[in-house]
Design a protein. Sequence first.
Length: 266
Amino acid sequence: MLLTWITDGKPRLPSMDENQDIAYISDVGSTDLKPLFIAMSTVTVVVFDISFIFERYLRHSGRLAPNTSTWQKFLSVLTIFFSIVGGVGLILLTIFDNLRHNTLHNVFLVVFIAGYILTAICCCWEYQRLGIHYRQHRILRISFWVKLAFIIIEIALCIAFGVENTLSNYNTAAILEWVIALIYTFFVLSFFLDFIPAVRTKHHQSRETEDQMAMNESAVAPVPGYGGGGQSAGYTAGRHYANTDSYASDYTNGTNGYKPRQAGMV
């Protein structure tokens, strides 16, 4: 959206102040790009919320390091709750743009910012507790520090944005808003780090399953020369056919010896 506004020659939009040269995100979103603004925000919210729900499922199922206390689980639930609240605020602020619904837009902007900052705090707190119990999982410490850095930077930028906007320094406030949005994007992408252990666990489980199947097949497979193999065939031929031949030979000899006696009697 920023690139679109720049490539269009940085026009002065209807919602911009007369002393403002740099457009806010909401200024661009209140133009004919509003459908795109709503769609992009909705997709971001859905992906973000699903990632938290999926993370909770993976911890519950053991694919990720499971929570070790009720408090950690509660923090996880709070993370999901605040992410939904922040997401609702984001979607509503795109619908109620600052050109036609300025008051509602500002209210939902506060809901969005507060919701996602609280989301980051709860998530960071959970990872801090997990890192204490799973010191061998280096990824938890990395994720914790990334989220903590996001919280500190975003809170500082949001305070600066509010101050500059109140002082009517709209150009500075607009720049800060675009920076906040960019950092928020990287914050969302940082959650891919959290799913790396789940991918490794899946590959490890698949490898174990393949090894187990191979062992089972080896246990069931017949040993050469036994059962239906060569020794069994030799045993059958040696006993069965030998006895049959012997029985047939004895029967023939007996018959040959019996017939002469019958002939003599006659």
